[in-house]
Design a protein. Structure first.
Length: 310
């Protein structure tokens, strides 16, 4: 590249990746829309995270934006229709985080069902010698419903099957190549299963799809696991169901309004909470950051993307 293109960094990257990008690009960390205006015509690319996306007010003031490289797989916070209209290319870090996210789903399921966090607190509080030890729930032969059956949903199914759990899935369409049972109605799937794991994409189509009716279908012995997006769940309905013990518990990696989540979650003993950490391993975050850079370098070298969305 004869000259270094100007890139807007909405999110920071994994340590070491900023230095790598600086070899090829001029980087501009995002601060405010007002501060961005003076350099807006120069910006040709964006790096961002799936949770941050590209707010409309940023995309609108970048007349020469050509490419967005997402550090994640979510594109629900990017106006894809507008990107297509303006011929803005988008790439994600698909296929780099599938295993870690699936592992987190299973870890959350096991932790909340077996009461690992509450038992840890029980031991640390010195209650073991004098009080009955809290009991958990078995996993073997339980039914797992997976909402969203892309790469991550299928990886979850493979893992929970190893525990002798029965699997069925809800998806926008059946996966003929899969041996697992397809259930086209989410409420029917939820009423059938003991554990509902959410692995759907975010965006308007899935917003609040897990509402009071779905939680009531899950029932007092059912568990919810969410490694998808916080927007998928009606949080007021979920908090009510957890507080009133209308479901048994929840393992949550994502929330609405994260990181400033509803403090009502902090008082619940039937939950396991994570800070959107499903892909947060050194190995996967390194691979993701490298792919963010690789997509930008490939685009500005010969107009191609390694993992394009559009």
């Amino acid at each position: 590249m004869s000259s270094r293109p100007n890139i807007l960094m909405i999110d920071s990257l994994f340590p070491g990746m900023k230095e790598r990008l600086e070899q090829h690009f001029i980087l501009h960390p995002y601060t405010t829309v007002e501060n961005l205006k003076s350099i807006a015509p120069d910006i040709r690319g964006i790096t961002t995270g799936g949770a941050s996306g590209v707010p409309p007010e940023i995309m609108d003031i970048l007349p020469n934006l050509e490419v967005i490289s997402v550090n994640g797989v979510g594109t629900d916070r990017i106006n894809l229709d507008e990107a297509k209209r303006r011929n803005i290319r988008i790439a994600t870090t698909q296929n780099t985080l599938t295993d870690d996210v699936a592992d987190m789903a299973v870890a959350l399921m096991m932790t909340v069902m077996r009461g690992i966090v509450t038992n840890d607190q029980f031991v640390r509080a010195g209650k073991w010698p004098s009080e009955p030890v809290p009991m958990g729930r078995t996993l073997t032969k339980k039914r797992v419903g997976i909402a969203g059956f892309g790469h991550i949903g299928q990886a979850i199914a493979k893992r929970v099957s190893a525990f002798g759990m029965e699997v069925a899935y809800f998806n926008s369409h059946a996966r003929p190549e899969s041996n697992y049972r397809f259930e086209p109605d989410l409420k029917t799937l939820t009423a059938w299963c003991d554990v509902l794991i959410l692995a759907v994409s975010g965006g308007p189509r899935s917003a609040n799809m897990v509402n009071k009716d779905i939680l009531d279908a899950l029932g007092k012995d059912g568990f919810l696991v969410n490694i998808a997006r916080g927007t998928v769940v009606d949080e007021a309905a979920l908090l009510s169901a957890l507080q009133e013990k209308r479901i048994a518990g929840a393992g949550l990696d994502v929330f609405q309004n994260e990181p400033n989540i509803n403090p009502a979650f902090f008082t619940l003993t039937n939950t396991v909470l994570q800070a959107h950490q499903a892909s947060a391993t050194i190995e996967t975050r390194t691979a993701m950051a490298n792919l963010v850079a690789d997509n930008l370098i490939a685009y500005f070298t010969d107009k191609r993307l390694l993992t394009p969305v559009i």
